[in-house]
Design a protein around this ligand. Structure first.
Ligand code: FES
Length: 580
């Protein structure tokens, strides 16, 4: 269906606050004018909110104030009035218990802030993992014209001639310490080399994956995902995005026009092609829920299954986001999908052009970074969705980050009842475990942790690492950092804290992983499983009050995106009358 721009000029939403000579109109304008805004800025031009997740506590987003100024230049230039506002910033590296616990809180903040204020459209400034889905979820539920600018990735880290990928290198080095391959002094020296500049993680972790998802969904201008945070072209992207949102308001081009099922299919395939984060599964389903798109876990397998991973970036590959940008970035990848018949070419984007029109002239400048079709990093990228009596509502695995020899495996379960149990016993040389075992971790799902921690790639026991083994099959209801790797089965649903079968796995049970047939099986008789489930007692004590209680009572399973049950859907932009 072709998008039909609205007629212009017309009276905009912001004029309900600013457009008249009543006491209330004067009240709204007058207070705004204490910022030095001339009277003619309230003449009916588009009023654009700049929703900013800047925070010094979210280091990946600490440069967003500079980008907000660039967005303002573009908005003024195009004849709009920019008004910047802060929202809760979910910083991945510092928030406890998990940034994920606050994604929905931030999304609520974004939604209410946009709806309650005199805005006609919004530019969403984000970067760190959860800030991107939170802003998209909130904006989608209001459905005013919205466009996103990502903060961009950090420059490459370098240590003694080797690339230091955010997160990926940290996990690897900590395993090397346990295996006796690296000294603590070298580890501390490497720390200085990890985060060289402003920006988000420089690997194809969750932040870069989500920035790519935004571009693939059509919610940002083409090229947005990969421009480094400190490159002047990131400022240019911000500037032209400011220009663009003004026209989007005039045209009334809304998230619901862009976030169609076709757009989500494009994003799923793009995630396979970039070797993107498993976290994208959860976030995209939550975003889809806000616009009423029925996206399921199985869609990830259906549409992503045969997409080869062609982007050679850590954690699946070798390079980092800076090199991805120099190679041509995401437009090259999307063009490849289009050439392979794996792109819904006519999907509308915030630019007003189709997905294909935006990328058809993209050029690949480095075929080692973005591989030719015949030489993919992994033939089947994407996300494998596993099912079976251990995961009736599904679990996910990222084949491109796994060890091929473990994708079909039967092993004895070594069970950790929760993350504290794991930490207490994993370094014990008396732990009865070897590399053929299957490590099982419980109580790390949305409700169990709470917030669904990124511990699914639990480190291997030192006694196994010292043998030179670097991977084992691991199963949990947790998530995994997008920068991590391994044969790691995640998001097992229902989670243990919701009484899923994961809760009753015992030491010594045999578990079968059959990735080619998408099967995850607990080799225990059905009547024994039923007996254990009937006897199981939930160790989770609901918090007495506060946000933690709201979270506990309303968070949904990972299989549908872990949104709050009462936040699913679009509630529009209508607001009650003034109370003055
Ligand atoms: Fe913020 Fe990775 S910790 S982007």
């Amino acid at each position: 269906m072709t998008f039909q721009p609205a007629a212009w000029p017309r009276k905009l939403r912001s004029q309900e606050w600013f457009g008249g000579d009543s006491r209330d109109h004067i009240y709204h304008r007058s207070w705004m004018k204490n910022q030095g805004l001339p009277a003619d800025l309230f003449d009916g031009r588009p009023v654009i909110g700049i929703c900013n997740t800047w925070s010094q506590l979210t280091p990946c987003n600490a440069h967003l104030r500079d980008l907000a100024e660039r967005v303002k230049h573009g908005i003024y230039e195009a004849g709009g009035l920019p008004l910047e506002f802060p929202v809760f910033s979910t910083g991945e590296s510092a928030l406890r218990p998990t940034a994920m616990m606050y994604r929905n809180l931030a999304a609520m903040d974004v939604e209410e802030a946009i709806r309650a204020n005199p805005l006609d459209g919004v530019v969403l400034l984000c970067g760190c993992d959860k800030t991107t889905p939170a802003l998209l979820m909130g904006a989608a539920s209001v459905d005013l014209p919205a466009i996103m600018v990502s903060g961009g990735p950090m420059m490459n880290g370098w240590f003694r001639g080797e690339r230091v990928g955010s997160g990926t290198a940290l996990w690897q080095m900590s395993e090397d310490i346990k295996a006796g391959k690296m000294s603590r002094e070298d580890f501390l020296e490497a720390e200085q080399a990890m985060s060289r500049s402003p920006g988000s993680c420089n690997t194809m972790g969750t932040a870069s994956s989500m920035a790519s998802m935004v571009e693939a969904l059509g919610m940002a201008l083409s090229g947005n995902a990969a421009i480094p945070a400190v490159d002047s072209r990131r400022r240019v992207m911000s500037h032209v995005t400011g220009r663009r949102i003004v026209q989007m308001v005039k045209d009334d081009l809304k998230p619901s026009d862009v976030l169609t099922r076709d757009a989500f299919q494009n994003a799923i395939r793009t995630n396979g092609a970039i070797g993107g984060s498993t976290n994208a599964v959860i976030h995209l389903m939550a975003i889809a829920g806000r616009v009423g798109i029925d996206l399921t876990l199985d869609d990830w397998d259906t549409f992503g299954r045969d997409v080869p991973t062609i982007v050679n970036l850590m954690p699946s590959g070798k390079y980092l986001m800076e090199e991805f940008f120099y190679a041509g970035g995401l437009p090259v990848v999307i063009k490849r999908l289009g050439e392979a018949g794996l792109l819904n070419r006519d999907a509308l984007t915030v630019s007003g052009d189709t997905a294909w029109d935006q990328v058809k002239d993209a050029v690949n400048h480095n075929e080692d970074v973005i591989r030719p079709a015949g030489e993919p990093l992994a033939k089947q990228g994407g996300i494998a969705v596993l099912r079976g009596n251990l995961a009736p509502k599904g679990a996910v695995l990222k084949p491109s980050a796994a060890s091929p020899h473990l994708l079909t495996h039967r092993g004895r379960a070594v069970v950790f009842e929760d993350i504290d149990d794991y930490k207490a016993r994993i370094n014990d040389d008396d732990l009865d475990i070897d590399e053929t075992c299957v490590m099982v971790l419980k109580m790390c799902g949305p409700r169990g942790y709470p917030g669904m921690s990124e511990v699914g790639n639990m480190g291997l026991p030192p006694k196994v690492l010292k043998k030179g083994i670097t991977d084992m099959v691991r199963i949990s209801d947790a998530r995994m950092s997008g920068t991590a790797y391994g044969t790691v089965i995640l998001h097992t649903s229902p989670e243990a804290a919701a009484g899923g079968p994961l809760a009753i796995v015992q030491n010594g049970d045999m578990i079968e992983l059959d990735m080619p047939n998408r099967r995850l099986h607990l080799d225990v008789p059905d009547d024994e499983i039923a007996r254990r489930l009937a006897a199981w007692e939930n160790p989770v004590v609901p918090p007495a009050s506060g946000y933690a209680r709201l979270f506990h009572d309303h968070v949904q399973g990972a299989d549908t995106g872990a949104d709050f049950d009462f936040l699913v859907g679009c509630r529009g932009n209508a607001v009650p009358r003034d109370s003055h």
